[in-house]
Design a protein around this ligand. Structure first.
Ligand SMILES: Nc1ncnc2c1ncn2[C@@H]1O[C@H](COP(=O)(O)OP(=O)(O)OP(=O)(O)O)[C@@H](O)[C@H]1O
Ligand SMILES: [Mg+2]
Length: 266
């Protein structure tokens, strides 16, 4: 086991970091500020980023910090499907038995959302993850859910999360109603070269190892191979540590890093 070779108490570079393991990069702080604003002021937000940049993690860790008696998180993770499927998923998240027809569903969701705000004093935040995969008719449903009566109150907060393609989709004329409602937005980039050093040290320390295990050439190579994208960094770091342990090397050097990058398919 490579973990015991280095003396780790737990596996570093975890797939699902909790708030404590989360690395507070500059980009994460920017996202956090915007999500805090969104939760307080309501409305619609947009987070985009490349694959593995940490979008879902940011949404998950942030919503976990919200007071559950004041906010209800409706998380829809949409891979493909019709507008009807999207509405059904939202209805299920609201603990409703979804109606059969689209018009009834919209009304059912709208009633439940108003009830939550008024009777339970709980504000719903709808998170559409992988929103770049939403077909146009599904995206077009969303503005209808944001103002469903004459009342100007914001009963539903919407957070769209997706890959860069989502920005192009939203720029289309047909999505102007949704685009106009977006009050906060951020494009999440990878961590910087300096942050990578801090991230590696943080992860190793959190797993019980305080000496540096990656030499300078390995860290440089890691940045080039990953551009600081957290999922790539984690995969490459773990692969490199496993290969180092297999060759009884106490540190990761450039040669091991290059082998690891090939094995990790980066
Ligand atoms: N701030 C962070 N601190 C520590 N680890 C992180 C952080 N952000 C992301 N990660 C790591 O990166 C991995 C990928 O993050 P995440 O799944 O949130 O990316 P994503 O942008 O949603 O990717 P996809 O486009 O594939 O949905 C996570 O499993 C986690 O291990
Ligand atoms: Mg994601």
């Amino acid at each position: 086991m490579w973990e015991s070779f280095f003396g780790f108490k737990k596996t570093p570079f975890s797939d699902s970091p909790d708030a404590k393991q989360l690395f507070a990069s500059q980009a994460w702080n920017q996202v956090k500020t915007r999500l805090e604003f969104l939760a307080q002021h309501r409305g619609t937000g947009l987070i985009t980023g490349e694959v593995g940049a940490g979008k879902s993690t940011a949404a998950r860790v942030f919503t976990a910090t919200l007071n559950a008696s004041l906010y209800k998180i409706l998380y829809v993770h949409f891979s493909s499907g019709s507008a009807l499927d999207l509405l059904r998923q939202i209805a299920s998240e609201l603990d409703l038995e979804p109606a059969r027809f689209r018009g009834d569903l919209v009304r059912q969701i709208a009633d439940a959302v108003v009830r939550l705000n008024q009777a339970k004093k709980q504000h719903p935040i709808l998170i559409c993850d992988e929103a770049h995969l939403l077909p146009h008719p599904a995206l077009e449903q969303l503005p209808l859910l944001l103002n469903f009566d004459m009342d100007s109150s914001r009963y539903l907060t919407l957070l769209l999360v997706g890959r860069p393609l989502l920005r192009r989709t939203l720029s289309l004329q047909m999505h102007e109603a949704l685009r106009q409602r977006i009050g906060v937005q951020y494009h999440l980039e990878g961590i910087t070269r300096d942050e990578l050093d801090a991230y590696l040290a943080q992860q190793l320390k959190a797993a019980g190892v305080s000496q540096p295990l990656f030499d300078e050439t390995a860290r440089q190579g890691m940045y080039q191979a990953t551009k600081g994208i957290p999922r790539k960094v984690n995969k490459l770091a773990m692969t490199a540590l496993r290969l180092a342990a297999a060759s009884k090397s106490q540190t990761v050097n450039e040669a091991i890093l290059l082998d690891a990058a090939a094995e990790a398919m980066l």
